[in-house]
Design a protein around this ligand. Structure first.
Ligand SMILES: [Zn+2]
Length: 292
């Protein structure tokens, strides 16, 4: 079929089309790598499943901030027995969500709200978040929720002075067949070894104090510093050793053995998150680690 257009017009049209197509592709390529608009809501938190419990429940770490120094807060290693430590961690997450600018630029904050989810489930009867109203008033049930589904006290299952049986108050408790025999403790160990952590805070109840960690090598200077900072701001007394009864295989003491400063903050009660005191302690740590 013959075209009515002269050849030069056809060639010109084709060239113009190619130029427009080229421009379109170029603009498309330029627009693709542009970063998201600054006004866009921050993608908080970054969720990272670090492992599963004995009964297959996820253990999740929630990350806030982008700084190089990583500060970790852990709730619920003693499960439903210390349910207020779990609610404190969730409350802290809500606070960070609402106040992301509170985190110094050089810091990242990672919250693991529930390190023993089976122990929480045993008491509360549901997974994830819960309210105070959902906590039963049955002291035997609450005590049984301290342990994981293997009936092991997870804060006796770490590799520092480990013994297969240990103590809790006047009781003999199982610490597991060997250090890190329990999936929850192993998940936390792997998380720690994968990340270069600046410090770790465990929330417990109800011994009312900030307890420094150590593992046969004295207290790390960094541990002394954060013990004192959290204590002074929160009002929980600083304790350089837990001497109520002998503790073996504690998570914070294992961290000390690998040179990571760690403390256990014991709330004063089993029933309240004592938010104002703990927020003051958290802010003191932000100040201590911030911009250094
Ligand atoms: Zn505890």
């Amino acid at each position: 079929m013959r075209s009515n257009f002269p050849r030069w017009a056809i060639i010109g049209s084709v060239i113009l089309m190619l130029i427009f197509a080229g421009l379109f592709m170029a603009l498309k390529n330029i627009s693709q790598p542009l970063p998201a608009p600054v006004m866009e809501k921050k993608a908080y938190p970054v969720e990272n499943i670090i492992g599963q419990s004995v009964n297959g429940r996820n253990i999740t770490a929630y990350g806030y901030g982008v700084g190089e120094k990583k500060l970790v807060f852990v709730g619920g290693i003693h499960g439903g027995y210390e349910w207020n430590s779990v609610l404190l961690a969730y409350n802290f997450m809500d606070y960070l969500q609402a106040n992301p600018d509170i985190i110094p630029k050089n810091l990242s904050v990672i919250v693991i709200p529930s390190l023993n989810p089976d122990g929480v489930y045993k008491v509360i009867g549901k997974e994830g978040r819960f309210t105070v109203a959902e906590v039963p008033i049955n002291s035997d049930l609450l005590k049984s929720g301290r342990f994981n589904a293997d009936k092991v006290d997870l804060n006796r299952n770490f590799d520092c002075r480990f013994q297969a049986t240990s103590t809790w108050q006047g009781n003999i408790v199982s610490a597991g067949s060997k250090a890190f025999s329990e999936p929850e403790a192993l998940a936390f160990k792997n998380f720690v070894l994968k990340n270069n952590l600046s410090a770790v805070v465990f929330w417990h109840s109800q011994s009312n104090g900030v307890y420094a960690s150590q593992c046969n090598n004295g207290i790390l200077p960094g541990t002394t510093a954060i013990t004192n900072a959290y204590s002074k701001a929160s009002g929980y007394p600083a304790q350089v050793s837990f001497d109520a009864y002998a503790i073996t295989g504690a998570a914070d003491d294992w961290l000390s053995s690998i040179n990571i400063p760690a403390v256990s903050v014991e709330l004063k009660t089993h029933e309240s998150i004592e938010w104002d005191k703990n927020l003051a302690g958290i802010k003191a740590l932000f100040e201590y680690f911030g911009n250094k």
